[in-house]
Design a protein around this ligand. Structure first.
Ligand code: MG
Length: 461
């Protein structure tokens, strides 16, 4: 993992700005290369997209490239990324190409490639596609052997049915929950509200129209941006609220009092409930996740496996370890029995299911309050890519003597319940800091110490 050199695929597929570094010629030839990679696999390729303004044009270039290689394709249209992934897995596709830039600003777009199991292809497979592309060894079909195209109209319905088959529908319906959904003008606009209605919820939508300009609160849900969600939950006396990212694979929750949580806290609530039915786990998570997951797993005698930061790394580790559960601090939750990829609507159904299963009808805030509290702080610092290595060496030197985990960046433990992760971003000129402690004063001191170290390293390199 992480040792294969790729130039075009980043941590989460190919990303760029259409008309700049993501031209239609590039998209067509790249799709021809991807289709060549899938050429021996049975079935057509599913092509789906998110709500971005450039997505329909790019999806058609992807279609052209796929057909030009001689591979058949179906157009899945607009749907959340996990809905396309689930369709690839369950409807007999060789693989899928999803046009999306997830939570990036509106001008970006990208391609996500998934295998026949619906999961993002491995780093090695990405490198293989790049070598087909750069070697120009992609298939070029003759006029009479071009691929055939058609529409795939079942994506959303198939997704909602699949999710409902994983939860106790009648128990959820009995509770008649009220939920506020903030789809952030993103792709869950076409799925999550219908799922919740089918589960007997009263649904209140905010930023509910699919719109590639993301005029509401933007495509990236972070707690400081979710004030409207919090207000709506309180004013409608809802049971909880949920906000999705642009392509609908991540979800952040808001309790009935309007309090917004990071994904690892609600994720750990779900892990706590789901380990009752998936004894032993294991649970897969990234090194940036709260140590709360260790606490919860220990309570159930389950194992936690820590990975590098990236949803693909979690998905792949889930497959390798036959793990039922995975989570990320940014709101990614993975339910293996459905599909081992992060999925905002599946996560919403699991929260409903967990609350409905409680005989004493606990509220979300009470259910989460049963878990011990850890204090967290996160930050990001601009750092040119070429300086990252040197800055990290300086941080490591300053941390000498402490227990350091180098799975991804430097995770420095200053005592048994306090850690700080200093990690260069794989996609942006940034260094990110995540810190956590059971003691708020210790957290502040640790954060400020490393912030100082980082700033002085940035200045002196
Ligand atoms: Mg996303």
């Amino acid at each position: 993992m992480g040792t294969v050199q790729r130039k075009l695929f980043g941590t989460n597929g190919i990303r760029g700005v259409p008309g700049e570094d993501l031209g239609l010629d590039f998209i067509t030839e790249m799709s021809q290369s991807i289709a060549t990679f899938f050429s021996e696999m049975e079935g057509p390729i599913l092509i789906g997209h998110d709500v971005r303004n450039s997505s329909p044009a790019i999806a058609r270039a992807v279609l052209s490239g796929t057909l030009a290689s001689g591979k058949n394709a179906r157009e899945g249209g607009l749907a959340p990324t996990p809905a396309h992934q689930f369709a690839v897995r369950t409807l007999g596709y060789a693989g899928g190409i999803i046009v999306t830039a997830s939570h990036n600003p509106p001008k970006y777009n990208g391609l996500k490639v998934v295998g026949r199991d619906g999961v993002e292809i491995s780093r090695e497979s990405e490198a293989e596609i790049e070598s087909i592309y750069f070697g120009r060894s992609f298939k070029r079909a003759e006029w009479n052997s071009l691929g055939k195209s058609g529409k795939e109209t079942r994506v959303v319905e198939n997704y909602i049915k699949g999710i409902m088959s994983q939860v106790s529908v009648s128990k959820i319906r009995q509770r008649k929950f009220t939920v506020v959904l903030d789809v952030g003008n993103g792709a869950q606009a076409v799925a999550a509200p219908y799922l919740c209605e089918a589960l007997g919820c009263r649904v209140i939508s905010i930023n509910g129209q699919a719109d590639g300009n993301f005029p509401g609160r933007g495509p990236e849900p972070t707690p400081p941006l979710l004030g409207d969600l919090s207000e709506a939950v309180k004013s409608y006396s809802a049971d909880f609220g949920v906000a999705y990212d642009g392509d609908g694979d991540r979800s952040l929750f808001c309790d009935e009092n309007g309090k917004i949580y990071w994904g690892d806290r609600t994720g750990c609530f779900l892990v706590d409930r789901l380990l009752r039915r998936h004894e032993g786990g294991p649970v897969i998570t990234t090194v940036s996740t709260s140590q709360l997951v260790d606490w919860v797993a220990k309570k159930h005698g389950a194992k936690v496996i820590w990975t590098t930061v990236g949803s693909v790394d979690v998905s792949r580790a889930m497959i390798t370890n036959s793990a039922p559960l995975g989570l990320e601090e940014n709101g990614g939750f993975f339910y293996g029995p459905h599909i081992p990829v992060r999925d905002g609507a599946m996560t919403t159904a699991l929260v409903l299911d967990s609350l409905a299963a409680d005989r004493d009808e606990k509220s979300l805030s009470d259910a989460i309050a049963d878990l011990p509290n850890f204090f967290q702080r996160k930050g990001k610092f601009e750092c040119p890519n070429e300086k990252k290595k040197e800055v990290m060496l300086k941080v490591e030197e300053e941390a000498r003597g402490a227990k350091i985990d180098k799975t991804d960046g430097l995770k420095i433990w200053t005592d048994d319940e306090s850690w700080i992760l200093v990690r260069p971003s794989g996609t942006e000129p940034l260094i990110r800091i995540y810190a956590e402690s059971s003691d708020e004063t210790k957290l502040g001191a640790m954060y400020e110490r490393y912030e100082g170290i980082l700033r002085s390293a940035l200045h002196s390199t």
